[in-house]
Ligand binder design. Structure first.
Ligand code: IPE
Ligand code: IPE
Ligand code: MG
Length: 254
């Protein structure tokens, strides 16, 4: 296997040279999928896949930060993931706390801002506490913004935005005519952030699974069969190189 080979760093160096550092996507979104199947393939419990997946997160966050990506949005727990067995949900929540506690210092050193999107009020108190703590300790950093999507659903986000807009119209007499694409963006969890340039999904599934529905209107999509725990900086470099070759027309002619 390529990655067990000692030539990894040479191969990485080679592929890195193909990246145009002036055209790094500003915002990358990732659907980190395949932890369960990664574990199953090894006859291990699903929790082992999630643990291995955290290692990938550590590495990918650092890589994005080094590349100068400004926003990285990771789909960590969807509004639908509550339907999983309770012990799996609690493993995921515990891993979140462990990750935040264990990585805070390193992320701070790397100038990363820890942020979250989604309704975190439904998460266990300890998760909320760690998220708020990590955010407040990193919010003045100026490097990569790491958005952890937690109890996040694209439809839920739109419903919330619609409700808030209706409330503002009824309370403040906000003019209905003011509703446009920008205003709706401003009511989403990602307000003040650019839409993703590139969306990566691992594990071979070719679907969006309720992620960033409004924001990905013109995002470039990149899929790989690789399971999330096997996803390495090398794959990210490949995705970026492919992205850089694409012609983003946004509906116009060039
Ligand atoms: C992604 O891996 C992690 C989360 C959804 C939290 P999965 O747990 O979905 O792994 P598969 O898709 O079952 O292999
Ligand atoms: C999407 O993966 C959600 C996350 C990665 C957090 P799922 O594994 O939940 O998606 P489906 O069920 O295959 O669509
Ligand atoms: Mg999955």
């Amino acid at each position: 296997m390529f990655f067990r080979n000692k030539n990894i760093s040479i191969e990485n160096d080679k592929i890195l040279k193909e990246i145009d550092m002036n055209k790094i996507p500003k915002h990358i979104a990732m659907i980190m999928d395949g932890n369960g199947r990664w574990a199953k393939k090894r006859n291990l419990p699903r929790s082992f896949g999630h643990k291995a997946g955290v290692e990938t997160i550590r590495e990918i966050v650092k890589t994005c930060s080094k590349l100068g990506v400004k926003y990285l949005t990771l789909y960590a727990f969807s509004t639908e993931n509550w339907k999983r067995p309770a012990d799996e949900v609690s493993t995921l929540m515990n891993l979140l706390v462990e990750y935040l506690k264990g990585e805070l210092e390193e992320l701070n050193k790397n100038n990363v801002i820890i942020n979250y999107i989604g309704d975190i009020s439904a998460l266990p108190d300890i998760c909320q506490k760690e998220l708020l703590n990590s955010h407040s300790k990193t919010k003045y950093n100026t490097g990569l913004t790491l958005n952890l999507a937690l109890n996040y659903g694209g439809r839920d986000e739109i419903i919330r935005a619609v409700k808030q807009i209706c409330t503002d119209i009824s309370k403040n007499n906000m003019d209905i005519e003011k509703i446009d694409e920008k205003l709706i963006s401003n009511y989403l969890y990602t307000s003040n952030m650019p839409d993703p340039d590139l969306l990566i999904r691992t594990s071979g599934e070719l679907r969006i699974s309720n992620f960033l529905l409004y924001q990905i209107a013109y995002t470039e999509l990149w899929f790989t069969d690789v399971y999330w725990p096997d996803f390495k900086p090398y794959h990210l470099y490949k995705a970026i190189i492919d992205y850089q070759k694409r012609d983003r027309r946004f509906g116009t002619v060039k």
